[in-house]
Design a binder for this molecule. Structure first.
Ligand code: ADP
Length: 154
């Protein structure tokens, strides 16, 4: 069974993340969208809120599971029997950063492969960081969020 883990902070999930999951669905039997808990990071939305938003926007798709993990991503993939990591590339900057991580994960994860999907041009400018700024500034982030997603109070 081809299982991929799509790891991220998803603070919050954006239209770019959701599009990536949908595009990757035909490539795998199962995609686990997993919120990695990093105790040194400050988040806008709580873990529960981020999971709830994931359930609302991609959790109902056939072949998608939503989960959370605290350990190293490679160890989580081993626990879940996942042979692939799914990541998105929006720009050359992403490639630079993601390339190193993919190499390390393949090395530590004994062959764990990262599959990259290049972002559609319309989603490339969308990042959770920018969406958080829009929300904090009191503007409407709806065009950048998955369709139909209701933002929780924060
Ligand atoms: P992290 O904290 O690990 O960067 P994010 O939630 O910001 O987590 O992103 C998770 C993954 O989603 C990353 O691989 C990132 O490149 C990808 N991603 C984020 N936004 C987009 C987008 N607009 N289009 C395609 N991929 C994206």
């Amino acid at each position: 069974m081809k299982i991929a883990v799509f790891p991220g902070s998803f603070d919050p999930i954006t239209r770019g993340h959701a599009a990536l999951v949908k595009r990757a669905l035909p490539l795998f039997d199962k995609i686990i969208v997993a919120v990695g808990i990093n105790s040194t990071k400050k988040y806008l939305f709580s873990l529960e809120q981020r999971l709830e938003m994931l359930h609302q926007s991609v959790g109902q798709l056939e072949g998608v599971e939503v989960d959370t993990y605290q350990k190293l991503t490679v160890h989580y993939c081993q626990d879940r029997g996942a042979g692939y990591l799914l990541r998105g590339l929006r720009s050359a900057n992403d490639l630079h950063y993601e390339g190193s991580i993919a190499y390390l994960n393949r090395y530590i994860g004994k062959g764990l492969e990262t599959i990259f999907l290049i972002s559609e041009p319309e989603y490339a400018p969308i990042s959770s960081t920018i969406v958080r700024e829009i929300i904090r500034g009191g503007e409407d982030a709806t065009p950048f969020l998955p369709e139909g997603l209701r933002l929780p109070e924060f």
